[in-house]
Design a protein around this ligand. Structure first.
Ligand SMILES: *Cc1c(COP(=O)(O)O)cnc(C)c1O
Length: 483
């Protein structure tokens, strides 16, 4: 790749790749569909049954037309012609511009888009692959295990597990961490029942389906935290089977942090001592929590089995990745039955992205504990700012104490939702305040929202939706709760 891998937006904007001189780029660009039609991307409706489309509508709340740049077969003479190169260059240039624009208007997903990895662009030319286990070298020499193990050591220290007692690896995403953590739990207790609050990430329920595990959904409080009263009730109904529990360190929609200590106490009170396995899903806040003063501590000094975190969320890696840490004793037990491989086969994937550990290593070195701490404080401050401004404007909103996820009334206009890339569920939407979300960006968002919203409701159009059941009556500002 040529140029910087960073996304300093200033130098990204309006810098399309150069086109061969002998060609008229205008002609080629004109032959592409217009930006208005397709956001710079040639649109092709997916072929799929009506049922499939319907399902998608339910999941996402709107129809998504998959867009694609089609592959144009080269001419028979196999020459890479100037025209073809120019075509590809123009597609890429337009795509790059749309990325710049989409990056500017992004608020709904917990991705930190503020980074500069220019120093790593020199590594783009290598096919780095950490095949298999991080601690056992394979014969493929183009790997980055040195970086991977360094990053894993850092996380093991953060979560208080000795170097000699942990095992882990850099995953392809937070989902893979959950799939792994729950698998380890099931290997430790093969007849265990999986418990997860109903606001757990869908990957947890996916794991239950994949592994054909019995899964019990536990109710949540208004905040989104697991309801330990309901948890207790359900544990007592299944006393004969061990428990495997997914604990959320930040739920996807409300950013709620389950009370780990209370979960452990509930398990012990219900007679599950030494018969439970806890996986902590820290995909979202696993790396923010340690820096919030009042937050409950995620630590292997407590009886937990594994912790996972996403690398492309708060940390800000430009490619999906994650970190999974578990106890070495569990892995030794799990992999004893695959000795015939003459190695250890304890990862979910075979080939693994060898670039990701280097990006993580780079960020951890640059920011360190103190850098993350500062960024977390800034995010929490900005999240409070957003919540307060929303409420001042008469818009119902909620912000959990340990969270930077601001939940509020779903904007009525889908175009507005798409423009700001808000994540919505039912009557609520959220903004996740990440380090790249500045006050200025929030102000732009707020003024646009307030202005547009004045046209959505009124005498004729009716009242804004009641969101009391999602955020509590105190936070709802609909007609009947704003007194
Ligand atoms: C994002 C998220 C995940 C999944 O992470 P991916 O990296 O997207 O696979 C899991 N759990 C929670 C709570 C999340 O927010």
């Amino acid at each position: 790749m040529v140029g910087s891998v960073g996304n300093g937006l200033a130098n990204l904007a309006d810098k399309p790749a150069p086109l061969p001189e002998e060609l008229d780029p205008k002609k080629i660009i004109d032959s592409l569909p217009s930006e208005a039609e397709s956001n710079g991307i040639e649109e092709k409706e997916t072929q799929g049954s009506e049922i499939e489309k319907k399902k998608r509508e339910i999941v996402l709340g709107r129809n998504v037309h998959t867009t694609c740049f089609s592959i144009v077969e080269p001419e028979a003479d196999d020459e890479l012609t100037g025209e073809r190169e120019a075509y590809m260059a123009s597609v890429l240039a337009r795509y790059r511009r749309s990325l710049v624009e989409r990056t500017k208007h992004h608020l709904g997903y917990p991705y930190n888009l503020d980074f500069d990895y220019g120093a790593l662009s020199q590594l783009q030319h290598f096919s780095i692959n950490n095949l298999g286990d991080p601690f056992i070298e394979s014969n493929y020499g183009v790997h980055s295990r040195q970086f991977e193990v360094g990053v894993l050591d850092w996380f093991a220290r953060l979560w208080e597990l000795e170097k000699t007692e942990y095992w882990g690896y850099i995953t392809n995403c937070g989902t893979e961490g959950n799939l792994h953590g729950i698998l380890v739990g099931r290997e430790v207790f093969s007849d265990g029942i999986l418990y997860a609050s109903k606001e757990s990430h869908y990957s947890v329920f996916k794991a239950a389906r994949m592994y054909r595990m019995d899964c019990v959904k536990v109710e949540t409080l208004i905040s989104g935290e697991i309801d330990c009263m309901d948890f207790e009730k359900k544990l007592l109904q299944n006393k004969d089977k061990p428990a495997i529990i997914n604990v959320n360190i930040g739920t996807t929609v409300k950013g709620a942090v389950d009370d780990l200590d209370l979960v452990i106490k509930t398990l012990e009170n219900c007679g599950f001592k030494d018969r439970f396995y806890i996986h902590c899903d820290g995909a979202l806040f696993g790396l923010m929590m340690p820096f919030v003063k009042r937050a409950p501590k995620v630590s292997f000094k407590k009886p937990i089995g594994s912790v996972s975190v996403s690398g492309h969320k708060f940390v800000g890696c430009p490619m999906p990745c994650g970190v999974q840490i578990t106890r070495l004793e569990h892995i030794n037990a799990l992999s004893s039955n695959v000795e015939y491989l003459a190695s250890r086969d304890a990862t979910i994937m075979g080939s693994r992205n060898g670039h990701a550990p280097i990006f993580l290593w780079y960020t951890l070195n640059r920011k360190g504990y103190r850098g993350f701490q500062k960024e977390v404080q800034k995010c929490l401050r900005n999240a409070h700012y957003l919540k307060d401004r929303l409420k001042e404007a008469g818009i119902g909103a909620m912000l959990n104490e340990l969270s930077s996820t601001v939940v509020f009334e779903r904007p009525k206009d889908e175009e507005f939702v798409r423009r700001w890339q808000l994540a919505c569920e039912g009557n609520i939407a959220h903004v996740v305040v990440m380090p790249n979300v500045t006050i200025e960006k929030l102000d732009n968002f707020l003024s646009e929202l307030v202005q547009m919203r004045s046209g959505w409701y009124g005498e004729e159009q009716g009242k804004p939706p009641c969101i009391a059941k999602d955020v509590g009556t105190d936070n709802c500002l609909c007609g009947s709760h704003d007194k």
